[in-house]
Ligand binder design. Structure first.
Ligand code: GDP
Ligand code: MG
Length: 439
């Protein structure tokens, strides 16, 4: 798989000082195959590889990164950049109702996504009207009506045998006169791209003049998603894309391809069948997914940037020299983590198994500060030898820090976890530890 490929890439380049045409050739071949395996369309892959090569050539290998890590870093960054760099939010900046037209093939998740979107908008206090123009399948209308009820948004009821455009026009007038902020319009899809469907959605677009025309694409369609995106992109002035079913085992390569062929930003991703399963799209995360490696790359970079290297090495030496890792070190470590944006930010970036291993360690800034407070209430002797902290000392520390004894206990447990982590680190230093995490 991809991860194996990339670690092979990393190995082939170990010990080189600079990325050159010669030393990245084999690596780029691996990246190419990897992207194809992740379902990225061939023309997209070709162009991408050329860009990466351009960016990577001549780069000095920084600090303790291997050239392979450097190249993978470039690949990762370029992937994210190609997908838009930042999340592009929904554009609702127009005279209300801001109309959003949903397009896509049948079964991609249009109706579900329409309801999910309504739910998100409702959370931001928008008054949302749901409209279904899928007149071909009565069940489709009922589906949206039921979903509207679940998310607590109003559903626009069509007349019997009303044509899609008529529904759209009437709904728009109604939304206007009833002061809706947003109107989401679900449409009929077909199983395959056909002219009739395209003509209909073009007419709907004409009638509604939506501020957003979103194409819903199923990530599991892989290569086929490219054809869908191209056809819809040619027929309609799309403003964005939504990629659904990313909770499946889809590699996410479709994200890169559809973005490339339409030139439009992916705004959201569907991550479950449930109505809360819609998230803003983050290019960085998708790049990691395509590369199959968590956000470990950016973690490596962050560690390089913000951990005080000397401090970390001093810590590692201390552990190695058998002096042990004490609460004073723990506090120093926590301060470093705070600099890095908190452990939760870090945990997000780690592969699941590592995240699980460090569960039980505090997750937010407030928790960090409480821990510092508790450690500050200990005597130097207690910090150096936490094992002497028994019941009466715990009570004194708790009172001093203004916390409960349970919290002191929790801290001591967390410290033990950290001690275990530090033992791993001491086996080969921080860099090796980080490399180890990349699998
Ligand atoms: P439509 O024909 O495009 O309107 O598609 P539907 O909204 O009816 O969805 C088709 C199927 O895909 C339904 O079973 C949905 O529950 C499912 N679905 C939609 N989005 C997602 C998603 O993000 N993840 C998963 N697992 N299933 C989804
Ligand atoms: Mg539908």
């Amino acid at each position: 798989n991809l991860t194996q490929r990339l670690s092979r890439v990393v190995k082939t380049l170990r010990g080189e000082a600079r990325l050159t045409e010669a030393n990245i050739q084999a690596a780029l071949r691996e990246v190419r195959v990897a992207l194809l395996e992740a379902d990225v369309a061939l023309p997209v892959v070709k162009e991408f590889i050329a860009q990466v090569k351009d960016k990577a050539l001549g780069q000095e290998v920084q600090g303790s990164l291997t050239p392979g890590q450097m190249l993978v870093g470039v690949v990762h960054r370029e992937l994210a950049r190609l997908m838009g760099e930042h999340n592009e939010p929904l554009n609702l900046a127009t005279a209300p109702p801001a109309t959003v037209l949903m397009a896509g093939l049948q079964g991609t998740g249009k109706t579900t996504t329409t309801a999910k979107l309504a739910r998100l908008l409702k959370e931001t206090k928008k008054k949302v009207l749901l409209v279904s123009c899928d007149v071909y399948r009565p069940a489709a209308m009922e589906q949206l009506r039921a979903l509207a009820q679940q998310v607590g948004c109003e559903f626009f009821a069509p007349e019997p045998d009303e044509a899609p455009e008529a529904i759209a026009r009437r709904a728009l007038a109604w939304a206007r006169s009833h002061f809706f902020d947003v109107m989401l319009v679900d449409t009929a899809g077909r199983l395959t791209i056909d002219e009739e469907m395209m003509a209909e959605i073009r007419r709907l677009h004409e009638a509604l003049k939506p501020i957003e025309t979103l194409l819903v694409v199923d990530a599991m369609q892989g290569q086929d998603a490219v054809n869908t995106a191209r056809a819809f992109g040619e027929a309609l002035p799309l403003s964005g894309l939504i990629l659904t079913k990313l909770d499946g085992d889809a590699r996410g390569g479709a994200a890169l391809s559809v973005r490339h062929v339409t030139g439009k930003p992916i705004k959201f991703v569907g991550v479950s069948e449930k109505l809360n399963g819609l998230e803003p799209f983050h290019p960085e995360r998708m790049a990691s997914r395509i590369l199959g490696m968590g956000d470990v790359l950016s973690l490596v970079e962050e560690v390089q940037r913000s951990v005080d290297r000397a401090e970390a090495e001093k810590l590692a030496r201390k552990v190695k020299s058998g002096k042990g890792f004490d609460l004073e070190d723990f506090k120093a470590q926590i301060q470093q983590m705070r600099k890095m944006g908190g452990l939760s930010a870090m945990l997000d970036k780690l592969p699941l198994q590592v995240s699980q291993a460090v569960q039980g360690v505090p997750l937010d800034d407030r928790a960090f500060r409480r821990i510092e407070g508790i450690i500050n209430s200990m005597t130097p002797q207690e910090r150096a030898k936490p094992e002497i902290i028994k019941a009466s000392r715990k009570r004194r520390i708790a009172a001093g820090a203004g916390v409960s004894v349970q919290e002191v206990n929790r801290l001591l447990n967390q410290f033990e976890q950290a001690q275990k982590m530090m033992k791993m680190v001491s086996k080969g230093g921080l860099q090796k530890f980080m490399r180890g995490m990349r699998g």
